[in-house]
Design a protein around this ligand. Structure first.
Ligand SMILES: Cc1cc2nc3c(=O)[nH]c(=O)nc-3n(C[C@H](O)[C@H](O)[C@H](O)COP(=O)(O)O)c2cc1C
Length: 197
């Protein structure tokens, strides 16, 4: 066993350990619209749910001046709205392609060939073929060291009938893709073990 005092590690070494140890991570494929009407789509795996009875989800990005922020958090801060499309195997390549850095006036839907559909409750596009999309409004933000954590209240959910059984979302039908450390992805085939308690 190798022991590490985090204080002795470089930022790169710390990030490598954290991003590999905290895995697989779910992927929020987040769609937004800028105040100027430019659609945006990008994946974020520093992502999870925070509460479920009154559902709130969160994602984080490098913090910085508003001008340095990635397009997604900037749009969220300026409009108060975003949609989380669940990343699944069927659209994994397109999801990966939307992490390309484009100019703020270019949109990743067209770049990656992803079909858009309108959201119901927010002025943002969603991924038309996503099995699940959660429409969110900004709950708040928190700066954590060098990251900006953004929290969103889930207001409306689209669930494809194809991932439902008896009218309920079915984990065994939703083929989510997760992110591992480095450049690796994983699928979500259940292992041969069910919860006992
Ligand atoms: C699977 C995957 C997960 C990612 N997760 C994050 C993340 O959690 N936070 C982040 O800042 N960037 C993350 N990225 C990088 C962003 O997707 C990338 O910077 C993207 O260009 C941001 O787009 P935007 O400027 O349009 O918001 C991830 C990339 C991939 C491929």
């Amino acid at each position: 066993m190798t022991e590490h005092d985090v204080a002795d590690l470089s930022p790169r070494e710390r990030a490598r350990i954290i991003k590999t140890a905290v895995s697989p991570r779910p992927i929020a494929w987040i769609s937004t619209r800028s105040p100027d009407g430019v659609d945006n789509l990008a994946p974020f795996s520093a992502y999870n749910y925070v509460s479920s009875a009154e559902p709130v989800v969160s994602f984080s990005v490098p913090a910085g001046d508003r001008a340095d922020l990635k397009d997604t958090p900037r749009n969220v801060l300026e409009t108060g709205e975003f949609a989380v499309n669940v990343a699944t195997a069927a659209l994994a390549e397109e999801m990966d392609a939307t992490s390309a850095t484009l100019e703020a006036d270019e949109n990743e839907f067209d770049f990656a060939g992803v079909e858009r559909a309108p959201c119901e409750t927010i002025d943002a596009p969603r991924v038309a073929d996503a099995a699940v999309t959660m429409e969110c409004t900004l709950y708040g933000t928190m700066t954590v060291h060098d990251r900006l954590l953004t929290l969103g209240d889930v207001r409306h959910v689209h669930v494809d009938e194809a991932v439902q059984t008896d009218g309920q979302i079915d984990a065994t039908k939703l083929e989510t893709v997760g992110r591992l450390g480095g450049p690796y992805y994983t699928d979500s085939d259940p292992i041969d073990l069910e919860r006992q308690f």
